[in-house]
Design a protein around this ligand. Structure first.
Ligand SMILES: NC(=O)C1=CN([C@@H]2O[C@H](COP(=O)(O)OP(=O)(O)OC[C@H]3O[C@@H](n4cnc5c(N)ncnc54)[C@H](O)[C@@H]3O)[C@@H](O)[C@H]2O)[C@@H](O)CC1
Ligand SMILES: Nc1ncnc2c1ncn2[C@@H]1O[C@H](COP(=O)(O)OP(=O)(O)O)[C@@H](O)[C@H]1O
Ligand SMILES: [Mg+2]
Length: 299
C-alpha cells in the first residue's frame, strides 16, 4: 500500500515538500524492551485521568519498549487501572488534583529516551514551571501537547536552543494561544504559519485538524488520512503517545511526527470503515492502530 500524502502548496524554493513516508523497519530479533525506547508521558489531572491513559496506550500500541505515565497522585490509581502494561509515576498534586511546583523533582535524573508532556494537565503556574524545567534541563526529545502548550503562551523563547528535539502538537485553538493570532487567521494560512513558527523556534510543529501540517521549518508535509469521526475528545491525546513512541524507536523528529500523524489518521479511517464515524471513539483508534502499522510493514 502506498500512503498518499497531498502535495503541500509552495512555500518557496527553500521548502522541501515531503510526500513519501519513512519506511518502518522490522523489529530486531535480538531486541528487548530496552531497545525500543523508554517513553515517559506526563499527563492527566483530576477529571482528565483519561488523557494520561489514552496517551500511554497510544505509545504502547506504537511499539514503545517501556511506557511510564507520570500523573498527579490523586488520579494515578485510576490511570494505572486502565492498562496493566504501562508503569505509573505518582506526582505530588494540589487541591484541584493538578501537579504542584515540586513535580519536576520526581522527574529529575530519570533516564527516559523521550518525554511527552501536557495532555489533560490543566493550565497552572506549576505546570508552566514543570514545562520550562523540562525545556531547560531534559536531555531527551520532548513532545509538548495541550496544556503543556497553553502554559507556554507568552513564554515561548525557551523553545529555541535546545540540544534535543522539541515537537509541538497544537490544534488551531492551542496554536492561536501560542502565537496570539486568531484561529481564523491560522486556518487561512496553515502551512505558512506553521513553517514560520517551526523555523523561528527550532521545533517540529504539528498543526492538527483536517490536513494536519507537519513541518520543521525546512521540510513540510500535509497529511491526508483521518476523518471527522476523530472529532471526539481524546483523539489528540492518543496522537501524543504515538509520536513519542516513534521518537523513542529512533525515528528522526520530523519523520516521527509525520509518520505518527499518518498512522493515527489511518487508524481513524479503518475504524470509520468498520463501525462508522458517529460511534467511533479514541479507544477505537487504539484498536485499529495495529492494522495501520501492519499495512505499512507489509510490502
Ligand atoms: N479524557 C480526557 O481526559 C480528555 C482530556 N482532554 C484535555 O482537555 C483539555 C482541554 O483541551 P481542549 O482541546 O478540549 O480545549 P481547548 O480549549 O484547548 O480547545 C478547544 C477549542 O480549540 C479550537 N479548535 C480545536 N480544534 C480545532 C480545529 N480543528 N479547527 C478550529 N478550531 C479548533 C476550538 O475553538 C475549540 O473550541 C486538554 O488538556 C486536553 O488534553 C481532551 O483531550 C479530551 C479528553
Ligand atoms: N475532521 C477531521 N479530519 C481529520 N482529522 C481530524 C478531524 N477532526 C479531528 N481530527 C484529528 O483528531 C485529533 C484531535 O486532537 P485534539 O484537538 O488535540 O483533541 P483532544 O485534545 O480532545 O484529544 C487531531 O489529530 C486532529 O487532526
Ligand atoms: Mg488535544
Amino acid at each position: 500500500m502506498t500512503p498518499e500524502f497531498r502535495q503541500p502548496f509552495s512555500l518557496g524554493d527553500a521548502m522541501r515538500r515531503v510526500t513519501e513516508l519513512p519506511p518502518i523497519g522490522e523489529r530486531d530479533p535480538q531486541g528487548h524492551k530496552g531497545t525500543y525506547g523508554r517513553v515517559l508521558i506526563v499527563a492527566g489531572s483530576r477529571g482528565m485521568s483519561g488523557a494520561g491513559a489514552l496517551s500511554g496506550q497510544g505509545a504502547l500500541r506504537s511499539g514503545a519498549g517501556l511506557v511510564t505515565v507520570a500523573c498527579p497522585d490523586v488520579v494515578a490509581p485510576i490511570v494505572a487501572g486502565v492498562d496493566p502494561c504501562y508503569l505509573t509515576l505518582w506526582l505530588p498534586s494540589d487541591r484541584q488534583g493538578r501537579v504542584t511546583a515540586q513535580a519536576y523533582d520526581k522527574l529529575r535524573g530519570r533516564k527516559d529516551d523521550v518525554i511527552a508532556v501536557g495532555p489533560g494537565m490543566g493550565a497552572s503556574p506549576a505546570l508552566r514551571r514543570l514545562v520550562l524545567s523540562l525545556l531547560a534541563h531534559a536531555s531527551a526529545p520532548l513532545v509538548i501537547d495541550a496544556d503543556g502548550l497553553n502554559v507556554l503562551a507568552g513564554h515561548i523563547e525557551p523553545l529555541a536552543g535546545r540540544a534535543a528535539a522539541t515537537i509541538l502538537t497544537p490544534h488551531p485553538g492551542e496554536f492561536s494561544r501560542l502565537t496570539g493570532r486568531s484561529i481564523a487567521a491560522i486556518q487561512a494560512d496553515r502551512e505558512e504559519m506553521a513553517a514560520r513558527f517551526a523555523k523561528e523556534h527550532g521545533v517540529v510543529l504539528v498543526l492538527k485538524g483536517p490536513g494536519t501540517v507537519i513541518t520543521d521549518g525546512t521540510s513540510l508535509a500535509v497529511n491526508d488520512t483521518g476523518n471527522p469521526g476523530m472529532g471526539t475528545g481524546g483523539s489528540g491525546d492518543v496522537l501524543t503517545g504515538i509520536i513519542a513512541a516513534l521518537l523513542g524507536q529512533g525515528f528522526e523528529p520530523f519523520d516521527a511526527a509525520r509518520l505518527g500523524v499518518y498512522l493515527h489518521g489511518r487508524a481513524g479511517d479503518l475504524a470509520a470503515e468498520d463501525i462508522g464515524m458517529i460511534s467511533m471513539t479514541p479507544v477505537d483508534l487504539l484498536a485499529w492502530l495495529p492494522q495501520a502499522f501492519l499495512e505499512l510493514a507489509t510490502p
